[in-house]
Design a protein around this ligand. Structure first.
Ligand SMILES: [Fe+2]
Ligand SMILES: [Fe+2]
Ligand SMILES: [Fe+2]
Length: 438
């Protein structure tokens, strides 16, 4: 019997929602603020509780299908130079992958569909839920982050009123006008305490989720992290599988192995904060660019460790660039602080990166990988015992990692690249990535 993880659903979702917008001041807290507005609109409209929960859940991760930071910033600025449909289609596909998120998938699909394009009446459940999220997104994107919120409400009201009848149904706009007159709505919305306000008073605050739900959402995040670039499209999948196998060989319990898989999926979570222009830069990074890269395990740590109940996972995931001699980054911890789980993940990360194809080289074979891993073990940057386990079981580990990666690349090619290629505005970049392994 596996020990359950004690994870609050609200905390888990809010933390991941926040992680999506962590990178740029232009879009900071966009998902969370949109969720607050959507929640308030749904409450004011008197929608049934299940409906409110579906809308709120959709809003928290509504732009999950916008895979690069650049795309998120462009969407936030408006839709003049970008087709908003692409991230809605991909967002729906990602929501569909988790039973917990699935009820909100269609709302994500239609969160930019104008009222004028619906055939069904506004009383239809999907229409009113999608229109509520559409409006919440429009309101949030109308707010200037440079001006005091109560000095903006008149401008926002008239901008939103102009959408009535075309983009948004007049009844939904009316609901907004009812709450727009309340200063506390705007003050909450712009408050730095909004996160904890939603955590303590928002939907799902008393719900704990099970290991399988944490796993299914981690599995989705693995894709949004990896699919940022074709050249990392299966990286977290490979790292997770390798770390699972190594922890089996090292005698971890079944519960620990399950946590290791989740840590593998999440280890590069902080890469959501790194622009694709850096991740995909051909050739060597400048010092300034590498300084930006260095924040990714830090973000992984802050996001995971503040959820509560995921302590081991947070540590294993976030220490993957640390070295036993303290020469890693960003925490510079040394061997006495790096536990066995974190050591396994560090070896799995390097092994997977070396075995993967890069634009400037094919994935390395056994000999080259062995040479690099052994030299790092001898230099005391990697754990020698774990490197030995990997090399002793090289054949099995590499073929099982490759198998898992093939499943992932299929999802990437069949769903994601196909949809993206169909959209001439947002084409997956095929530029080579940097020589660094992230
Ligand atoms: Fe959107
Ligand atoms: Fe949005
Ligand atoms: Fe990394």
């Amino acid at each position: 019997m596996l020990r359950e993880l004690n994870v609050k659903f609200s905390n888990f979702l809010l933390s991941l929602s926040d992680a999506m917008d962590i990178a740029s001041p232009q879009i900071a807290s966009h998902q969370i603020r949109t969720s607050f507005i959507a929640w308030k609109l749904a409450l004011q409209a008197g929608l049934p509780e299940e409906s409110i929960e579906r809308i709120y859940l959709a809003a928290l991760l509504h732009d999950i299908g916008a895979l690069s930071l650049e795309e998120k910033v462009r969407l936030h600025a408006g839709f003049e130079d970008i087709n908003p449909d692409t991230h809605c289609i991909l967002g729906e596909a990602l929501f569909e992958l988790s039973p917990l998120l699935r009820p909100s998938a269609k709302i994500v699909r239609y969160h930019h569909r104008p009222w004028s394009e619906w055939d069904e009446p506004i009383t239809s459940q999907l229409v009113v839920e999608s229109q509520t999220l559409f409006l919440a997104d429009e309101i949030e994107r109308s707010i200037s982050r440079k001006e005091y919120i109560l000095h903006q409400t008149e401008r926002i009201n008239s901008k939103i009123s102009a959408l009535a009848g075309t983009k948004i149904h007049a009844d939904v706009i009316d609901v907004f006008m009812q709450i727009s007159g309340q200063e506390d709505f705007w003050l909450d919305l712009s408050s730095p305490r909004l996160y904890s306000l939603l955590l303590h008073f928002g939907p799902f605050r008393n719900i704990e989720i099970q290991r399988k739900d944490v796993y299914s959402i981690a599995s989705i995040f693995r894709h949004i992290i990896d699919f940022k670039s074709r050249f990392t499209a299966t990286h977290s999948t490979g790292v997770a599988e390798c770390a699972v196998l190594l922890s089996q060989y090292m005698g971890f319990t079944e519960a620990e192995i399950g946590q290791m898989e989740i840590a593998g999926y999440f280890h590069d979570l902080g890469k959501l904060a790194v622009p694709n222009s850096i991740l995909e830069k051909p050739g060597k990074l400048t010092k300034e660019e590498f300084d930006l890269i260095k924040q990714h395990p830090y973000f992984t740590y802050t996001v995971l460790s503040t959820i509560g109940g995921l302590d081991d996972i947070a540590e294993w995931a976030s220490f993957h660039h640390e070295k036993l001699d303290g020469s890693g980054y960003p925490f510079h911890v040394t061997s006495d602080k790096i536990n066995i789980g974190a050591r396994i993940l560090a070896v799995a990360d390097i092994f997977t990166a070396l075995a993967e194809d890069r634009p400037y080289r094919r994935g390395m074979g056994r000999k080259e990988i062995e040479k690099i891993l052994m030299s790092q073990a001898i230099a005391r940057s990697l754990d020698r015992r774990i490197v030995k386990v990997l090399l002793d079981n090289f054949g099995e580990i590499s073929s099982r990692v490759r198998l898992k990666q093939e499943e992932s690349i299929e999802i990437f090619e069949k769903k994601f690249e196909k949809i993206k290629k169909a959209d001439t505005e947002v084409v997956v970049s095929l530029k080579p990535v940097s020589v660094y392994s992230f």
